[in-house]
Write a protein that binds this ligand. Structure first.
Ligand code: DGY
Length: 331
């Protein structure tokens, strides 16, 4: 029998083709929707590999439901907060992600959101489509300057650094906060490493690029928001729970910060009604990596990780070295 591989949703064709060649009998949930919990628990039973998405919660219960043959969970995302890494490691199950290939697409979207919120693009488009554009006006849709202002990068990993580099074209001052210094950003861009507090006080645009961990959950809370300039805008293309959405709604209502642009949400796909109600907030449905070529590369990368893991090779994007050391035997 072919090794049992389960894919939780349709992924771009190049990834599926790779899987088809290596594991022709792979199973897939062919509907474009997140599986209900009970279905997921049922579908993973007996699988040796799962190709998962960020919308699939892969915790100890799922790993145990799969059973003793499960050797690898290949996530088609760079973020892996949907997977209980410790539980996987404890069971000798390898976990992989897709770093690097989505850096530019996500950095581009962060900038698109920055422009959208600063220049009030979605709001003014809604106005025009509603037939309300009757004449040019000196006071119509005044927004914020971008060139020459200060960009604050919270989390200067691959994506945060790519967002920072794009600021060069706009003569912006760049501040960043990160656990370790980024000498290259400092020499290339004259970027300055600061504390989160200082960054929040000084930046005109604050862009979030941290992974979601217990330490970073709600890092942008009421206290952090109160430090921001009343004219500043918050941009989040990282993970929704980095921001306390209820606190953000209150802060926006109080006029500090001036706006927000969010691609990710605390309880996706739900969006806080207080955000939906506001014109100074730009909202997109978690599309940071959503370009045709990026998603194809993510699918290929996830498939390659999965195939390597099942062949008994060390997958290129292994997240838990411990699991490699005590990996489950091939059947
Ligand atoms: C990721 O990969 O973690 C993004 O959120 C989706 O592409």
């Amino acid at each position: 029998m072919d090794t049992d591989v389960f894919v939780t949703q349709p992924i771009p064709q190049p990834g599926l083709e790779l899987l088809r060649r290596a594991h022709p009998g792979f199973r897939i949930n062919s509907e474009e929707r997140v599986l209900e919990r009970a279905q997921l628990l049922e579908e993973v039973r007996g699988a040796a590999a799962i190709l998962a998405l960020l919308t699939d919660l892969i915790d100890a219960e799922v790993l145990d439901a799969a059973g003793g043959r499960l050797r690898i969970v290949a996530n088609m995302a760079v973020g892996f907060d949907n997977i209980d890494l410790q539980a996987a490691s404890a069971r000798g199950i390898m976990v992989t992600n897709t770093p690097g290939v989505l850096t530019d697409a996500t950095a581009d979207l962060a900038w698109a959101l920055l422009f959208a919120v600063a220049r009030r693009i979605p709001e003014s488009e809604r106005f025009l489509r509603a037939g309300r554009f009757r004449h040019w006006g000196p006071l119509l849709f005044l927004g914020a300057d971008i060139a020459g202002r200060t960009l604050g990068i919270v989390g200067a990993g691959r994506i945060g650094s790519a967002v920072a580099r794009r600021a060069r074209g706009f003569d912006m001052k760049v501040l960043y906060c990160n656990r370790s210094p980024r000498p290259q950003l400092e020499t290339e861009l004259g970027a300055r490493r600061t504390s989160l507090e200082e960054l929040l006080r000084e930046a005109d645009f604050v862009s979030l690029h941290l992974p979601l961990t217990p330490e970073t959950r709600h890092i942008i809370n009421a206290r952090a928001l109160a430090l921001m300039k009343p004219t500043a805008c918050l941009i989040n293309t990282g993970r929704g729970p980095l921001v306390d959405e209820a606190a953000l709604v209150e802060a926006l209502a109080a006029g500090r910060p001036a706006g927000a642009a969010l691609d990710v949400f605390e309880r996706e796909p739900e969006v806080h009604p207080g955000l939906l109600a506001r014109d100074d907030v730009v909202l997109t449905p978690h599309i940071g990596s959503a370009t045709t070529s990026t998603r194809a590369r993510m699918a290929v990368m996830a498939a390659e990780n999965l195939i390597a893991g099942l062949r008994g090779e060390r997958p290129p994007n292994l997240l838990n070295e411990e699991a490699w050391e005590r990996k489950r035997p091939r059947e």
